[in-house]
Design a protein around this ligand. Sequence first.
Ligand SMILES: [Zn+2]
Length: 293
Amino acid sequence: MGLEVSDLKHLIITHLHRDHIGLVNFIRSASGVKVCGHEEASKISRAPDEVEEARGQVLDPLGGGVLFGIFGVLEGCLRGLRPMIRVDRKLRDGDLIPLEGSTLEVLWTPGHSGEHICLLEVERRILFTGDHILPSITPHIGLRKLDGSDPLRDYLESLKRIGELEVRLVLSGHGEPFTDLKGRIEEIMRHHERRLREVKTALVGERTPHSGVAEKNTWRGAPWSLMPPWVKRMAAEEALAHLVYLKNTGVLGLGFAMGFHTFILNNDIHIFYLHDFPILNVLMLFPRRLLPT
Ligand SMILES: [Zn+2]
């Protein structure tokens, strides 16, 4: 195209995951580019320290703040530190971004992350899906703590909305371009229906932390015993997102017992959940032993 990095004027980010923003600060320093992202992205990217501080305040009395710090440093060393970026222009759902000879429409698609957007090139019906819809894998839909959010509900609603668009070509953040958007959306919906059935089945039997539900689910790639700790954490976050969805659709009840949040099926407590994710990792190492019987 004959363009240099220094020719860039605007950079639109679909969401704040590190594999989508890794070069943002480099490009900004090389070009003075303005970074555009959903208004939710501007909140998150503006206040990472406040989030860490709030977590510390909750976890410190339990000793969790120290554990969180240790785990965070270890994870950072192993995976590389998450870059912090500044969002210069806040985008909202329905915004139209004029380009030379075409227009991009901003579509807010929360679920994979709260700030996720897709971009529709209106004239040629080309959809940039980021991580919302991928051709061969399903995006991570996870929840770290019970904060009233329901990312799986958000995700499924975002999927339905995108499925109503007429699109000729899909360009996603990972994998090859594809054209059958509606077919792919149906596949992803079926995946989550299967996973919801699987999660419900996992509730039968012994009491378990929610990571135990993830352990019983089927995963592509490495089996549970060979997953690295942060992959186990993501799997446990997926399990929690599905449990919360089941709770919000009336399949499960939610309770509190002996310091644990509990998910309840047919009047029997089955799943125990602690807000504190370092303790979650301890539970992964010593599953079920810490639970009341
Ligand atoms: Zn992502």
